[in-house]
Design a protein around this ligand. Structure first.
Ligand SMILES: COc1ccc(N[C@H](NS(N)(=O)=O)Oc2ccccc2)cc1OC
Ligand SMILES: [Zn+2]
Length: 234
């Protein structure tokens, strides 16, 4: 039936959106689903998180492939030389796999997480997987400590972000879902991170189907500034 056909293509409308994802993707009905609203008044500061500082090391890469996923863009950036560790990640080392962005029709909305009910213009996700315990990204995505995703909020301001511009400037070549192209510039993921490194962390899930409950979320408190053009659909 049409309803079944619609549900097979998940999205964000009333007939195929988050409220019905659990029909096709059972994990979407789970107890640790993302995104969440971060209530800063009940977020507790955890002293042993400070003890083991979160540290990261990335490589610079050029000719990265960017894909239009139909729900945003994704840059495949497997970096065997990258390391994310410490903080909430225990003794395990996580490696960068890809990064992608969520944004909205206007700069009034677009982020997946909200902070005390407030949405940001967009949100960048740097996705890492646990190479200490698992042999592949796909395997890691089946385990509760398999993935670690760094979230960085976008605030709209007057200055553009040069690194984001390297990505956004290629979007005109991939207007349709499934299209991809290579980013000629050298990209250093370190430059996406805010200067203030305070963060919130919680155990959650992929925010889209299949909604696997396999993500240790690390959401930076400080947004980075981009221009309106850099975070809105054209
Ligand atoms: C099986 O592996 C995955 C399957 C699906 C997603 N979706 C992802 N979820 S998120 N926001 O939690 O990273 O969302 C997007 C949205 C736009 C572009 C790319 C990803 C991520 C996965 O691995 C990270
Ligand atoms: Zn995401």
């Amino acid at each position: 039936t049409r309803a079944r056909v619609m549900a097979a293509e998940w999205g964000y409308s009333p007939t195929n959106g988050p409220d019905v994802w659990a029909r096709l993707f059972p994990q979407a009905g789970g107890a640790r689903q993302s995104p969440v609203d971060i209530c800063t008044s009940i977020a507790s500061s955890d002293s042993n998180l400070e003890m083991k500082k979160l540290t990261f090391a990335y490589e610079s890469q050029s000719d990265l492939r960017i894909l239009n996923t139909g729900h945003g863009w994704k840059v495949e950036a497997p970096q065997s030389g990258s390391r994310l560790e410490g903080g909430p990640l225990g003794e395990d080392i996580y490696q960068l796999e890809q990064f992608h962005c969520h944004w909205g029709e206007t700069s009034a909305e677009g982020s997946e997480h909200t902070v005390d009910g407030r949405a940001y213009a967009g949100e960048l996700h740097l996705v890492h997987w646990n190479t200490t315990k698992y042999q592949s990204f796909a395997e890691a995505a089946q385990h509760p400590d398999g993935l670690a995703v760094l979230g960085v909020f976008f605030d709209v301001g007057n200055e553009s972000n040069d690194e984001i511009e390297k990505i956004v400037s290629t979007l005109s070549e991939i207007k349709f879902k499934g299209q991809f192209t290579d980013i000629p510039d050298v990209i250093d993921p370190t430059t996406f991170l805010p200067s203030g490194l305070g963060y919130w962390t919680y155990l959650g899930s992929l925010t889209t189907p299949p909604c696997n409950e396999c993500v240790i979320w690390i959401v930076y408190k400080e947004p980075i500034t981009v221009t309106e053009e850099q975070v809105t659909y054209h």
